[in-house]
Design a binder for this molecule. Sequence first.
Ligand code: C2E
Ligand code: MG
Ligand code: MG
Ligand code: MG
Length: 292
Amino acid sequence: IAVYRAKSRKTGVSVYDDKWGHEASERLQLVQALGYAIDNDEIEIAMQPFVSVENGSLTGFEALARWHDNVRNVAISPGTFIPLAEESGLMPAMGRMILRKACQTLMKEVPESDLRVAVNISVMQLRQHDFVDDVVSTLAEANMPASRLELELTESVFAGDVLQIRQVLSTLRDLGVRISIDDFGTGYSSISYLRDFPLDTLKIDQSFVAGLRNGGEGLFSSIVSLAHGLKLSVIVEGVESRHDLDKVLSLGGEEIQGYFFARPIDSGKLGDWLEKHSSRPFSMKRRHLSVA
Ligand code: C2E
Ligand code: MG
Ligand code: MG
Ligand code: MG
């Protein structure tokens, strides 16, 4: 408990220390623990491979935030701590840490390649006046070409002050950074925004792959056509089984991410994983799909 008491250095979030643990809500305790974890560089990343549909080769990774609270010895899921960080103002500091670790991990494990890393970015990070500078200096520190970085944004970038955000994204894209829309199909996109924003990729949300398990082919292939019509490439998220893979291979998309190929790999274990898998492409041979 004592470790949470100091005022957080980087984040400036102040800590509540009267009658600790009795009156503080669970939520407040979590925010304090998260601020402590950020100050102490304890947010880690896991890397989940992207695989090319064309030839089964590895094309890159998505960096996914991981938090193991060492004080209580529990892992807290990103579905809990990402919204908490956004609501409590910790997201910019945490996002900078994740971006830095993602770039450094990529350059440590696969320096001489064009594999890329995709990093999830919250809208509030894009609204920080120094976001572009942060990206530029992080790339420089990691000695990483901008073309090896992809930023994953959700459709929430199409709400609110879209002009300012579009400007930030244009600047980044002019530098060579790739921009993708994550969880596509679950949010607020209007087709004109998809056309007018500087984008490279749509990531089809995993719910549409789940939909392929009962009749969602028409919808899925419409999304692929929409993306291709807008000259965007497609990453399909959430491919979990041989059946999902066969369906996706028959419907299109350029890259696949999902448990069928690999779960997110703790960054410390990525070197071992690469040794086992990277020289050997995954099989993209389609099995015959039964008509019944
Ligand atoms: P996301 O960006 O859509 O990431 C994909 C999520 O789907 C990850 O969950 C991943 O582990 C999971 N996943 C991958 N393949 C499969 C599959 O085949 N089946 C199923 N059922 N799930 C699969 P995770 O790591 O729990 O992250 C959840 C969400 O938290 C992410 O969704 C993203 O929205 C957010 N998140 C994670 N890291 C960050 C971060 O660094 N910054 C921000 N802003 N958000 C993050
Ligand atoms: Mg993502
Ligand atoms: Mg996603
Ligand atoms: Mg998702």
